[in-house]
Write a protein that binds this ligand. Structure first.
Ligand code: SF4
Ligand code: SF4
Ligand code: FES
Length: 248
């Protein structure tokens, strides 16, 4: 094992400045992850030539692959920095921001597009919390089993980064939003908005943009059953379109 860890980081001081690559060499410690490596750089932000620089900006919060904030490109792959172990990575380790989202600074990007897409499909259960409604409707265990894996989405956007259809031309909403449509449509109380959600997945940027490349399901750090969710929602959107054709 080398005594140092070499890491090349693509950096950009602001959305309008040119990107540069800075190389760092950090003393080796066993068991480090990418977040702790970036923390070491922040303690002593000096590059491999001895030039002083600034700490690297990146997003993180939970440090246990739950909050979804630390997604970045690590050796070219979209993954979470907090669960990427240095000992398992080829060196020099290459870090870059996700490429399909606007840069904020360095490794931090603006992923608000996912939250806008979730608003489009009303990814919530509409209940009036101003008075006690009593116990909610019961859910069959079979439904719970389908919903639980979908509820594990951490909004990291890795599925959108790797999706060939997620781009400015298609405006495709991406796999995470489709999976959350299924999650909330399966909820006995959330189902009241099911038709509106399915209509939001029709038309420009909707589910028909998916080319079933399945990059998303192979990349998702929480192993959501995305292929199944996409094909289920494609069927439901089609049925909704037929229904609307005859009734609206
Ligand atoms: S199946 Fe392919 S095209 Fe569809 S959301 Fe996943 S990566 Fe994108
Ligand atoms: S579906 Fe998976 S890859 Fe996509 S945002 Fe959710 S957790 Fe991340
Ligand atoms: S810091 Fe929360 S997922 Fe990595």
């Amino acid at each position: 094992m080398p005594s140092t860890i070499r890491v090349e980081i693509k950096r950009q001081a602001s959305p309008d400045t040119a990107a540069v690559t800075e190389t760092f060499e950090i003393p080796y410690r066993p068991g480090m992850n990418i977040t702790s490596l970036l923390g070491e750089i922040a303690l002593n932000p000096v590059d491999v030539t001895g030039k002083a620089t600034t700490p690297v900006t990146y997003d993180s919060n939970c440090l246990e692959e739950i909050c979804g904030s630390c997604a970045m490109l690590i050796n070219g792959k979209a993954r979470m920095a907090c669960s990427a172990l240095v000992d398992k990575l080829e060196q020099p380790i290459r870090l870059a921001p996700l490429s399909k989202f606007p840069i904020v600074r360095d490794l931090s990007v603006d992923r608000s597009v996912l939250f806008e897409n979730l608003k489009k499909i009303k990814a919530w259960v509409p209940i009036d919390g101003t008075y006690d409604l009593g116990a909610g409707p019961r859910q069959f265990p079979q439904v719970q089993e389908q919903r639980y894996p979908l509820s594990n989405c951490i909004s990291c956007c890795c599925c959108m980064e790797v999706c060939p259809q997620f781009n400015d031309v298609t405006n495709f909403v991406g796999a995470a939003t489709i999976a959350q449509t299924k999650l909330f449509n399966l909820d006995p109380a959330g189902a009241v908005l099911a038709e509106e959600r399915l209509r939001a997945l029709s038309g420009d940027g909707g589910i028909q943009e998916c080319s079933f490349a399945q990059n998303c399901v192979m990349t998702c750090p929480k192993e959501l059953p995305l292929t199944e969710a996409i094909s289920d929602m494609e069927r439901d959107v089609f049925v909704q379109q037929v229904k609307d054709f005859f009734t609206r």
